[in-house]
Write a protein that binds this ligand. Structure first.
Ligand SMILES: *[C@@H]1O[C@H](CO)[C@@H](O)[C@H](O)[C@H]1NC(C)=O
Ligand SMILES: *[C@@H]1O[C@H](CO)[C@@H](O)[C@H](O)[C@H]1NC(C)=O
Ligand SMILES: *[C@@H]1O[C@H](CO)[C@@H](O)[C@H](O)[C@H]1NC(C)=O
Ligand SMILES: *[C@@H]1O[C@H](CO)[C@@H](O)[C@H](O)[C@H]1NC(C)=O
Length: 431
């Protein structure tokens, strides 16, 4: 009798905790390209993020000795966020910081951990700080950073350290004072930057969750990866990932999600608009003229579903989002000194269409010179792919014999190029 009472009580308590879980969605923001940002520039980006339900930015930054504007831009970000009731936290980029910077890290965390725009890890909600909630701090790499040193130096301020960890097995016995972890395995890989065929799976997420043993896991969600610098020149095989990855999140229900990224144009995983005032590190060669705003359209229902614990997104109006590379993979570019990126042999020459439908309908795609193809698609979000044809890309959706939306992309697929660009062109059509 007593045992059964305890079991029922425990079930009720578990339900209470789960039903209050806040499920925040953050987006990784590269501060290193926004030296010239004003508070208004920050507010433009914040408003775009808020429009799809993103709760805050993880402010990826380098130390002042590398980027002398880091303190100023952190201050701008926190102020803009406060004005728009958005949340931010600092993500120390350990490509530039090291454990010898602990005193500075303590200083910065201490400066911001009580700021009104600081993001807290909370089992309740974003607007109230509860007894056990800590100010979130995170990283890119920096696995060995001692967070106990930071916590001990700030005894009056609770800190929740969710650093990026590269080897999930490290989490089982970590003595670094971490409270949870963030993974950077947002694309199919065997670890490090190894390229493997897709599709994306949750094998790394599962390893994190197992080794965290109940501590919060911040899962990465990314739409793409292509980079073409002389220091790094590869693709990850993630073409169907823009919605597949969110389907995985709805099944996995991690404690937090971090979108990777908001504005990393260099690796082609941005979802922001073009950010007119960011500085161009050379990535303009593949990012300019390649909008990704359609990924935000596609993700809004997934973010809502993730937060509510739903297994499927709810679609409220008929739309479609398409994405494709603008050259077939065998096209040889004529004036590219770097050569083709590693990994392209695994890519598929297809055009992707995610239909977002309130009722089933017929989707017709005419890709370049290929004959138009019509398929029946279900309600909800469904991704279908079509053989890529060189030329114009046209899409239409009909229901009960009547066309409900249609359009032609502003960007053609071409079979000639000067430099390699495997960043997708993303578009949206609405009824
Ligand atoms: C912390 O805040 C103080 C006071 O505003 C400021 O002087 C200092 O530069 C800040 N430290 C860092 C590392 O941002
Ligand atoms: C968050 O929790 C506090 C305390 O329970 C409550 O007063 C407030 O209305 C909640 N806010 C939201 C947005 O749910
Ligand atoms: C930032 O971009 C906007 C939009 O193009 C422009 O109006 C504004 O003047 C720019 N700000 C700066 C500081 O360049
Ligand atoms: C295209 O769709 C087919 C049929 O659903 C699927 O088997 C294939 O994996 C998809 N291709 C890519 C690259 O996602």
């Amino acid at each position: 009798m007593a045992k059964r009472f305890v079991a029922v009580l425990l079930a009720a308590m578990t339900w209470a905790v789960e039903s209050q879980a806040q499920k925040p969605v953050y987006a990784h923001f590269i501060v290193g390209i926004v030296e010239g940002f004003t508070i208004d520039d920050w507010k433009t980006d914040i408003a775009q993020a808020q429009a799809i339900g993103i709760d805050g930015f993880a402010l990826n930054c380098a130390p002042e000795r590398i980027d002398n504007y880091t303190p100023k831009q952190l201050a701008n970000a926190y102020q803009a966020a406060e004005e728009l009731d958005f949340k931010v936290f600092i993500s120390f980029d350990f490509a530039y910081w090291n454990t010898g910077d602990t005193a500075d890290i303590i200083d910065i965390v201490g400066n911001y951990s009580s700021h009104p725009a600081q993001a807290y890890y909370s089992m309740s909600n974003n607007s109230h700080r509860f007894l056990n909630d800590g100010a979130i701090v995170s990283t890119f790499v920096g696995d060995s950073m001692d967070w106990n040193a930071v916590k001990n130096a700030l005894p009056d301020q609770k800190i929740t350290a969710l650093p990026n960890i590269q080897d999930p097995a490290f989490l089982a016995n970590a003595q670094t004072g971490l409270d949870g972890a963030f993974s950077w395995y947002a694309w199919p890989t065997d670890g490090g930057n190894s390229i493997i065929p897709g599709p994306m799976s949750t094998v790394w997420d599962d390893r994190f969750i197992e080794n965290l043993a109940g501590r919060p896991y911040m899962a990465p969600v990314s739409p793409w990866f292509f980079t073409h610098f002389n220091s790094k020149n590869w693709v990850f095989i993630c073409e169907d990932q823009p919605n597949l990855r969110w389907e995985q999140m709805l099944a996995l229900k991690p404690a937090l999600v971090e979108i990777v990224t908001w504005n990393d144009f260099g690796e082609s995983h941005y979802i922001s608009d073009g950010q007119p005032n960011h500085s161009d590190d050379g990535s303009g060669a593949w990012a300019t003229g390649y909008p990704h705003a359609g990924f935000r359209t596609l993700w809004a229902p997934y973010i809502t579903a993730y937060k509510s614990g739903a297994d499927k997104p709810t679609v409220e109006s008929d739309q479609l989002v398409y994405w494709y590379r603008t050259t077939p993979k065998d096209t040889v570019c004529t004036s590219d000194t770097l050569g083709p990126p590693n990994g392209i042999e695994y890519l598929a020459d297809v055009v992707f269409v995610a239909t977002m439908l309130t009722e089933p309908a017929e989707l017709t795609v005419a890709s370049g010179g290929n004959a138009p193809v019509t398929v029946t698609v279900d309600a909800g979000i469904v991704t279908t792919n079509f053989s890529m044809g060189v030329g114009q890309q046209s899409f239409s959706v009909s229901r009960n014999g009547a066309e409900i939306l249609s359009g032609t992309s502003e960007k053609d697929i071409a079979n000639s190029c000067e430099t390699y660009n495997y960043n997708p062109y993303v578009g949206v059509l609405s009824a």
